[in-house]
Design a protein around this ligand. Sequence first.
Ligand code: UGC
Ligand code: NI
Length: 162
Amino acid sequence: MSREIRTEPLTRDAFAPFGDVIEAAGAPDKLINQGLCGRHHDLARLDFGDGGRAGISVFDAKPRALPYSLEMVERHPEGSQAFVPMSLASFLVIVAPDAGGAPGQPRAFVTTPGQGINLLRGTWHGVLTPLEAPGLFAVIDRIGETANLEEHWFDAPWTVTG
Ligand SMILES: NC(=O)N[C@@H](O)C(=O)O
Ligand code: NI
């Protein structure tokens, strides 16, 4: 069986089972600030579970390149995780459905500059993977006492190609 994953463009509909696309797409939901600002409202299904709270952190991640070797995916069973780029840089978003407690066939999406994402609680995903510098991202996820992290290391790597 081929262990190659071809990237696909990130769209709201394709990504919906895994999470949300955070972007200023189409007309704003509301004009605010005397009409000088468009509000694209409430774009993501944020979820911080019981006993946790929302936090914002900044990740400064090293850019990677395609073809990319995917050795591991992880998930956060207690909360969602959003990545909002602090520059107009594309990044690689790898997700996988759950198949009885382990990841199924991974899918790889490439964002267009300006897109961010929110991963639903418990979604298998590759770690933050910028494709160009700067790899600066605001990350909104659960702050709590637990690790909130489950990793799955593949027996053999997947190769993500453009
Ligand atoms: N470990 C951590 O905070 N980051 C990962 O969850 C990730 O998805 O990059
Ligand atoms: Ni994560």
